[in-house]
Ligand binder design. Structure first.
Ligand code: SF4
Ligand code: FE
Length: 488
């Protein structure tokens, strides 16, 4: 039965007997764990969007009959790529966190063209295998998680030069019917909330790294896979009872380390094996898609601008000119991120396989802005929130007969504003700039889809200085650059 609703998605995650570890213990049922559940709710919202706003959340498949969830759709036009971004902003607004499903979407779209080109060169059938996999995912409406970032060990050494050969995921055994893989993938977004993982290499590889050139699909509940949950700032507030102190009690992100302990992958789920020359183009196409996917953070930006404006209202100063000016600055920064991302999508071009690939330069500029602007947006939100955001007593003090009435007396602000609403909005700003969802809004913005330096390397490669110098010299009238004989 294909998954049709958010509720069915949540049920589909039950009873999988996963090896998930959190706080030093195996988690019996992640679906019911109070720290894990908000991250599941965030993915569930991608199903709810497809039902409630199908123009954003669903797409006409070219592989199966009818509509499919847009996160599983192969983009067949530039407009399709643009709509991905619109969907991502909307989901950021609805959840205020990372909804985790874009990694799979971007991996599908990158592998679609790469497997096609690989077959053209090697006469293999990897593209057909990959299409069969995507069709199955679309028909069942599964969540695909990406698995790309290897531990990397000594950063100055290639995978095959590491002291411990398992520091990058590799093939440790080849059989007639498939391969066995071993290794780990670090801080993988939404992996436990997925049904399948798409394993991809993490960087350019050479012939000596042939065994590391593996891209394949594995089911999340494979018994040879374990997950070690990454904790998030203030995550234990979910264990305290009450919801106000959590800031955003319903939604959160998820990252975990994935350990592959001799996992068998059958041939039909292998999309690259040994063709090391495709590692770099795959990483590039995937990161290009994923870097403009970070317009997701503009949805979170909309939430934080709204929170900052609301707290100014509650404090009675919505018309103060410096408050307006800070809100204008926040909107400007947020739309600058969106502008570059959506432009990258609009500039998409067809690949040899027929799907559409976004513009690499603009995608990198989008992500580079994301490594910076959410920090400034957060600074401005904290400026408008005031110090109470971090000195606010706990929910339990407000419930206490001794301290509750005193706090409610002294924390009154603008007339008619409830103290509880005031602290809810302050806690939301705390959640997004210091707490659980600061993981998604700030540090993930910094390092997800590549740290700032990775974008600078790409921008440097594409900025075409020689062409720009020619333009300048032409206008300046520089004609002959041989040394001037008259010069002293
Ligand atoms: Fe999607 Fe943004 Fe989360 Fe990446 S960080 S998975 S682009 S929501
Ligand atoms: Fe991410």
């Amino acid at each position: 039965m294909p998954i049709r609703s958010a509720e069915q998605y949540i049920e589909s995650l039950r009873n999988r007997n996963l090896n998930v570890y959190l706080f030093g213990e195996r988690v019996e049922e992640p679906v019911d764990h109070p720290v894990v559940r908000p991250s599941i709710n965030a993915v569930a919202e991608t199903y709810r969007l497809a039902e409630e706003e199908p123009e954003l959340g669903a797409a006409d498949s070219t592989l199966v009959d009818g509509k499919v969830n847009r996160f599983l759709h192969v983009a067949g036009s530039a407009q399709d790529v643009v709509t991905q971004n619109r969907m991502q902003r909307r989901l950021g607004q609805r959840t205020g966190t990372c909804f985790q499903r874009c990694v799979g979407m971007d991996a599908i779209n990158a592998l679609y063209s790469i497997t096609f080109e690989l077959d053209e060169k090697h006469g293999t059938d990897h593209h057909a295998r990959f299409l069969a996999f995507v069709k199955e995912m679309q028909a069942e409406n599964f969540v695909i998680g990406g698995a790309m970032t290897d531990p990397k060990g000594d950063r100055s050494k290639a995978p095959s030069q590491q002291e411990d050969p398992d520091l990058f995921v590799r093939v440790v055994e080849r059989r007639d019917d498939g391969v066995v893989i071993r290794g780990a993938k670090m801080h993988q977004t939404g992996c436990i909330n997925s049904h399948w993982l798409l394993v991809m290499p993490t960087m350019r590889l050479s012939e000596a790294d042939r065994d590391y050139a593996i891209s394949c699909a594995v089911p999340v509940d494979h018994p040879g896979i374990s997950y070690i949950y990454g904790r998030q700032s203030c995550d234990s507030r979910a264990l305290e009872g009450g919801e106000i102190d959590q800031g955003n009690a319903r939604f959160g992100g998820q990252e975990a380390a994935i350990i592959f302990d001799n996992v068998f992958v059958p041939n039909e789920r292998i999309f690259i094996d040994g063709q090391y020359e495709y590692a770099a183009p795959l990483v590039e196409r995937f990161t290009s898609f994923h870097r403009r996917s970070y317009v997701c953070k503009t949805g979170l930006g909309d939430v934080i601008i709204g929170a900052a404006a609301t707290i100014a209202d509650y404090n009675g100063v919505p018309k103060a000119s410096h408050v307006r000016d800070k809100l204008v600055e926040m909107a400007h920064l947020n739309e600058t991120i969106y502008g570059a991302g959506i432009a990258a999508s609009h500039e998409s071009k067809p690949t040899a396989a027929g799907n559409y690939q976004c513009d690499d330069m603009l995608a990198n500029v989008c992500k580079h802005n994301v490594t910076r602007f959410p920090y400034e947006l957060s600074r401005l939100a904290q400026d408008l929130a005031g110090g109470l955001m971090v000195t606010l007593p706990s929910d339990k003090e407000f419930d206490s007969e001794v301290t509750g009435p005193v706090l409610r007396k002294y924390l009154k602000a603008a007339p008619g504003v409830s103290v509880d609403n005031r602290r809810r909005v302050l806690r939301l700003i705390e959640n997004m700039t210091l707490g659980r969802n600061a993981v998604g809004y700030l540090t993930e913005s910094m390092h997800g889809a590549g740290s700032p330096q990775a974008q600078r390397v790409q921008i440097a490669r594409m900025m075409n200085l020689e062409e720009k110098k020619k333009l300048a010299k032409h206008l300046a009238g520089v004609e002959d650059e041989s040394e001037d004989e008259d010069a002293l």
